[in-house]
Ligand binder design. Structure first.
Ligand code: ATP
Ligand code: MG
Length: 261
């Protein structure tokens, strides 16, 4: 596909890059979104391109938080729509209380419509945030627009690949912020109550499986929430990355950089 030989050791990564470049040409994502994607790839490379225990724990806790929430919302930007519209739709159908809101850092009406179209084709029935009318306190300019029936009134927000300022504004407005971000050092990951340090698609698939398995186990939700310290999991992600780099620097044969895929 895209003229990339399937035998290339980084075939899937190159395929995804070509897909993202195409999405930029269509106007779904902006050039800055490509840079953000590259930063994510670099962190995933160091993590080892798989879900680690600190992420798995955060993903299960995210499911418990979303199940307990009165008004949970997932915020969707261009990169999220390009990478994981199907996974967003699946999660929204497993958890009918979850509202889906378009939330763009670089907002134009046309882009908001494109993101909404992509979500609709993936199966999301109701989409908020296409014509937002209110602003979140503490955020100037276009970045502060939110939907009055969505993020404005949400008690729990799932913000994949969010900007740090916005993550901070959401947290300081008293909402419980669950972030998905491969960079444990980002302001978003540090501001979030529950940072999931994992790749977006892997994370959403696991949050969805946990929602399904926890749905009928209401008594377990509060215990999971109470025994999860999001910032401790973020520190574990950093420790994992540091340890892995040290093992690689020693030339450990058990610990190789990402293999052919
Ligand atoms: P902050 O403002 O939070 O400090 P930032 O400057 O690091 O953020 P942003 O552009 O705000 O970056 O957000 C992009 C973030 O999303 C990056 O930290 C990047 O690591 C992460 N990211 C990119 N692609 C993915 C992905 N597929 N899955 C998870 N995280 C990703
Ligand atoms: Mg960020």
């Amino acid at each position: 596909m895209y003229g990339i030989p399937a035998s290339h050791p980084r075939y899937r990564s190159l395929l995804l890059r070509a897909h993202m470049a195409e999405e930029m040409e269509r106007g779904l994502i902006v050039p800055e979104g490509l840079i953000a994607h590259g930063r994510g790839e670099a962190f995933d490379y160091i993590i080892g391109e798989k879900t680690m225990p600190f992420a798995a724990k955060a993903e299960r806790a995210a499911a418990a938080h979303l199940l307990l929430a009165k008004c949970p919302v997932i915020s969707v930007n261009g990169n999220v729509a390009a990478l994981a519209s199907k996974e967003v739709a699946t999660l929204a159908s497993s958890l009918p209380s979850l509202k889906v809101e378009v939330n763009l850092f670089h907002r134009t009406p046309a882009r908001a419509e494109l993101v909404a179209d992509r979500l609709r084709s993936a199966g999301v029935r109701e989409i908020l945030g296409v014509h937002p009318t209110v602003r979140l306190r503490g955020l100037p300019s276009d970045r502060g627009w939110v939907d009055q029936n969505g993020i404005l009134v949400a008690d729990t927000v799932l913000v994949p690949l969010e900007d740090g300022d916005r993550a901070k504004a959401l947290a300081s407005s008293g909402k419980f912020v669950i972030a998905v971000d491969l960079n444990p050092l980002s302001r978003t990951a540090r501001a979030a109550d529950l940072p999931i340090i994992d790749e977006l698609k892997r994370a959403l698939v696991r949050v969805n499986s946990s929602v399904i398995s926890l749905k009928r186990r209401r008594s377990a939700w509060a215990r999971i929430v109470e025994t999860t310290d999001g910032q401790e999991l973020r520190r574990q992600a950093l420790a994992h990355m540091a340890d892995r780099l040290k093992r690689l620097a020693r030339g450990s044969s058990q610990e190789q950089p990402p293999r052919a895929r």
